[in-house]
Design a protein around this ligand. Structure first.
Ligand code: PHE
Length: 350
């Protein structure tokens, strides 16, 4: 690199010598600190370039301008050389770090292991969409529930034998607090909160203290449905159940309806679907070839009253879709206990 230096020949020689010296020392510097030290020696306050600057007042006036310009150029040339060396050092250092750690910026990033939604979550979301498109609102309710909502208000008084069919986890000695055994308590909570007419669905976990087998677990999922309006009949109920099942299975399903007893509906029904696992009976269908899927019925007048509604004015239907069973049917899962097992080999299939 050659820099045009101005001034008398002698002065130019002096500056060229300085510049050459500076460049050589910068070139030899092994690290950034050494480069900065060399730069300081030349252009620092007490450096040789500054010493040249100090000479200006003693020069004849006509030489001062050229001399000053020349010294400034010298200063800039030394600073440029120092900066170039610093850049080169940083680059070399980075290259060294990368090769030492096998770092290759051209490789694609490592693949991230991605999770997937639990099949129950998938079906819940699908059903929420389906019901919302039919004007239903999605509600939530507590999993630890008062006896009043779980039983009493649903027309199941404390001495009623129907309590025996719902083996209950009690949360306190007095028996006022229970793990909800079904999503039906949210029927009452909905009546208390909403102005009829209304339609709601309530997906959620339920708990029963029972011996587990292929179709029973202590924790399972239901989706409650409740429609309250004027003059609701069994025809409305059947129409809604048909739409619901066709929406879920996207095909015609072999179903049957038979009377079923639940204290909070009158009349009450059991809607069963043909077992997809067998032709003549298996452990999933308990050798019946049918799977109980959708208990339902017209809301009992006592339940409307408990929810603060006048049964002479309002009527409704309710259903309790077995979400866990539905997922089993749809995904051909032959044991409900896989569902909450947390086993990756099970979950990775969805
Ligand atoms: N809650 C009932 C159960 O879990 C199911 C049901 C809901 C029945 C709504 C009728 C109407 O057994």
């Amino acid at each position: 690199m050659q820099t045009e230096l101005e001034g008398t020949e002698e002065q130019v020689d002096e500056r060229e010598a300085l510049l050459e010296d500076a460049r050589a020392r910068i070139e030899d510097a092994g690290d950034a600190d050494a480069v900065k030290a060399v730069e300081r020696d030349f252009v620092g306050k007490k450096g040789s370039v500054s010493a040249l600057m100090a000479k200006i007042p003693s020069l004849p006036p006509e030489e001062r301008r050229d001399f000053g310009q020349g010294v400034n150029e010298l200063k800039r040339a030394i600073q440029d050389a120092a900066q170039a060396k610093l850049d080169a050092l940083a680059k070399a250092r980075l290259a060294q770090d990368r090769s030492a750690s096998d770092f290759d910026p051209t490789l694609p990033p490592p693949a991230q292991a991605r999770g997937s939604l639990h099949p129950i979550t998938q079906v819940t979301r699908e059903l929420e969409d389906l019901f919302e498109s039919m004007g239903y609102e999605v509600l939530d309710g507590p999993e630890v529930e008062l006896d009043f909502y779980n039983f009493e208000a649903l027309n199941i008084p404390s001495d009623h034998p129907a309590r025996d069919s719902q083996d209950t986890f009690f949360c306190d000695d007095a028996g006022h607090l229970v793990m909800r055994t079904h999503t039906s308590p949210v029927q009452i909570r909905a009546m208390e909160r909403l102005e009829p007419p209304f339609r709601v669905v309530v997906p959620g976990k339920c708990f029963r203290q029972e011996t587990t087998d292929a179709t029973h677990d202590h924790t399972f999922h239901q989706m409650e449905g409740l429609v309250v309006g004027k003059d609701i009949s069994v025809a409305h109920l059947i129409g809604a159940m048909k739409t619901l099942l066709e929406g879920i299975f996207e095909r015609e399903l072999d179903v049957r309806m038979r009377p079923g007893f639940f204290p909070f509906v009158e009349p009450g029904f059991e809607l069963d679907a043909r077992c997809p696992f067998c032709r003549d009976g298996c452990s999933v269908c308990k050798q019946t070839t049918w799977i109980e899927l959708l208990p339902c019925g017209l809301v009992h007048p006592n339940v409307l009253r408990a929810g603060g509604l006048d049964p002479d004015e309002w009527s409704g239907f309710a259903f309790g879709l077995g979400l866990s069973r539905l997922v089993m049917l749809r995904e051909q899962i032959d044991d409900i206990r896989h569902m909450l097992s947390g086993h990756l080999r099970f979950l990775e299939q969805f």
